[in-house]
Design a protein around this ligand. Structure first.
Ligand code: F6R
Length: 616
């Protein structure tokens, strides 16, 4: 993922910019660059492919001092990773820009700008922004005013920063679909795509909102909203404890991470959605071409990540109409597979270092394309600098941030979000998904963080329900359709941290065996969104009640299910059926958490388990 850092100060800010880039390194990148205006008013840059340390070494060998500057780590979306494609991009020797996101109409703008005499020195979508702004400055010389005009012509997603040698005392910023935050200092101010990049220089921040344009000088910050009206944005003071490596107000990392889900889901969506569709380039420069060729999907993963893949199989077949197979990596890696032509190999992993998943990817790559091999490989991963990401052709990062609790929570829901983006992108590129369905789901995705917040507000209700489990030794989890893998994930969470034996079944399988286990000592947990399988699920639940089994049902508020003897119903906010697996995961995570707390187990570091399984 790309990262932006900017600074305007009275001191030389090169080191601040480089340190900011280093703090963004964990998000993954393929090249880095910095542009500064020196005291003689000259704009200059250094760019390097590879690590920020390469850029740092280049700056040590050939220093670039300045008091105004912008810097960037690039994750290629248009054009290969190379020095000429690395940011900052220039128009002439006066204007520089760094950009996160994707400009969808870059080809049309490129042609138009060529007609005005501009020559392009990169293959990026970003370069159109800087020439477009330069062109606009010819009729509107004020940088802020010109930027307001220029961004109106951009379609897609952007967070961008601009400096100009003609107005060398300021940075301009614009946000639409990609986050930006201003860091407030004393006699100096900063800009970044993530406040983490600025923590070494300030603890006061101001987040830009959608459509905002900002002008930042050493001692002033001016912001205009999407309508062009001047606005102020709230100042937020950062406190130690809001930090990933700190539990803050929460008793355990797991609970903190469960509660982070609305914000990390939001972050995972940022920069990946156009107005009514998914931005395919978010998967990498070759994504559109590869997706257009894909006729099958093979997903491989372990544990919780495998459950995310199982949900995705329902989505990929139902929404994108593409056949999908899924297998646990530890099995896949040791068998001879028969690969259907044009199969996209998708690996899912929080860490990107899981030995079995990596081995499966390597085996898949060893099969040569055109000779029993895969079309290409895509990694859905939370760690940008992991082996899985480095070795895959395409990547979509989940932006869950560091997950400390051994039991995976926020990594799972962000994986689901990433897989829904993949489903929609594949459906559109292959022409198998109607535009109106995609638009509807994109709108639902935008509402998802709010829905997740509503589900989290039921925390205490779920805590109460957990009391039914503390003395139990076995539990069944039931689900139907895409809720079956959600039930599997619920069972895995419960066994991992409370050590209660838990099994998940598709609800329709109950009478084919597991019903024999049901009695008053076997609680049955089920998730019941209001979909076409609801009535069937209700009959399955009757089968449980008839054998004296206690039921805990997380049901859609519109599902008309009510409490009764031995039946505890927790009403869930209504949600589009396709996104229900993401929402219904929340109460199951909370349930296992509170059961574990009641049982007094080590929630964050359950016995016998490791966070990252890098050995077989
Ligand atoms: C369960 C859990 C594990 C991991 C599995 C794969 O809570 O965390 O099942 O999901 O070990 O790990 P990653 O996703 O890092 O490949």
């Amino acid at each position: 993922m790309c990262g932006i850092v900017g600074a305007v100060a009275e001191r030389n800010i090169t080191a601040v910019l480089v340190e900011g880039l280093k703090r963004l390194e964990y998000r993954g990148y393929d090249s880095a660059g910095v542009a500064l205006i020196n005291d003689a008013g000259v704009l200059d840059r250094r760019r390097r492919v590879g690590k920020v340390s390469e850029l740092d070494a280049a700056l040590a060998a050939d220093p670039l001092p300045g008091r105004v500057g912008i810097a960037h780590t690039r994750w290629a979306t248009h054009g290969a990773p190379s020095e000429r494609n690395a940011h900052p991009h220039f128009s002439g020797n006066q204007l520089a820009v760094v950009h996160n996101g994707i400009i969808e109409n870059h080809e049309a703008l490129r042609e138009e700008l060529k007609g005005f005499g501009y020559t392009f020195s990169s293959d990026t979508d970003t370069e159109v922004i800087v020439h477009l702004l330069d062109h606009t400055l010819k009729t509107q010389p004020d940088l802020a005013a010109a930027l307001k005009i220029a961004v109106k012509q951009l379609h897609g997603a952007y967070g961008l920063a601009v400096i100009s040698a003609k107005q060398p005392d300021r940075i301009l910023a614009a946000r639409s679909g990609s986050p930006l935050v201003i860091g407030l200092g004393l006699g100096e101010n900063f800009l970044a795509s993530d406040q983490l990049a600025l923590r070494q220089v300030t603890d006061r921040f101001m987040y830009l909102e959608e459509g905002d344009i900002a002008e930042i000088t050493r001692d002033s910050v001016q912001i205009w909203d999407v309508s062009g009206a001047p606005v102020t944005r709230e100042q937020v003071q950062y406190h130690e404890g809001a930090e990933a490596a700190d539990k803050g107000e929460f008793r355990h990392f797991m609970l903190k991470e469960i509660h982070e889900q609305p914000s990390v889901v939001q972050r995972t969506l940022e920069g990946r959605l156009g107005e009514d569709h998914v931005l395919v380039q978010a998967f990498g420069p070759q994504a559109a071409e590869i997706f257009a060729k894909a006729k099958n999907i093979q997903i491989v993963a372990c544990g919780t990540s495998y459950h995310a893949g199982m949900v995705a199989r329902y989505w990929l077949e139902e929404l994108a109409g593409i056949p999908c197979q899924i297998e646990v990596a530890s099995e896949f890696r040791y068998r001879k597979v028969v690969v259907q032509p044009d199969t996209l190999f998708v690996s899912i992993s929080q860490s990107g270092e899981t030995a079995d998943t990596l081995a499966a990817l390597r085996n898949a790559k060893d099969l040569s394309p055109g000779n029993g091999g895969y079309l290409a490989s895509l990694a859905i991963c939370n760690v940008g600098i992991s082996s899985l990401v480095r070795e895959s052709d395409l990547t979509l990062l989940t932006l869950a941030g560091p997950e400390i609790g051994v039991a995976s929570t926020k990594a799972f829901t962000t994986q689901l979000v990433a897989l829904m983006l993949l489903t929609l992108a594949l459906g559109r590129v292959r022409g198998t998904l109607e535009a109106k369905v995609e638009a509807e789901l994109v709108a639902e995705l935008r509402r998802l963080p709010t829905r997740l917040g509503e589900a989290l507000a039921m925390d205490h209700v779920v805590e109460k329900v957990s009391e039914h489990f503390a003395e139990k030794h076995h539990t069944l989890f039931l689900g139907r359709g895409a809720q079956y893998p959600v039930a599997m994930e619920g069972a895995l969470k419960l066994k991992e941290i409370s050590y209660i034996h838990a099994e998940a079944y598709p609800a329709g399988e109950l009478k084919h065996g597991p019903l024999a286990l049901v009695d008053a000592d076997m609680p049955v947990v089920t998730v019941a969104p209001n979909n076409e399988l609801l009535e069937k699920l209700k009959s399955n639940l009757q089968e449980v009640r008839a054998r004296g089994g206690e039921l805990i049902v997380f049901a859609d508020e519109q599902a008309a299910m009510s409490n009764g003897e031995g039946t505890h119903v927790v009403n869930m906010p209504h949600i589009h059926d396709a996104l229900a697996p993401i929402l219904y995961t929340i109460p199951l995570q909370l349930l296992s958490y509170y059961v574990a707390v009641l049982k007094g187990t080590d929630v964050d570091q359950p016995r016998n388990l490791a966070k990252s399984v890098t050995v077989e």
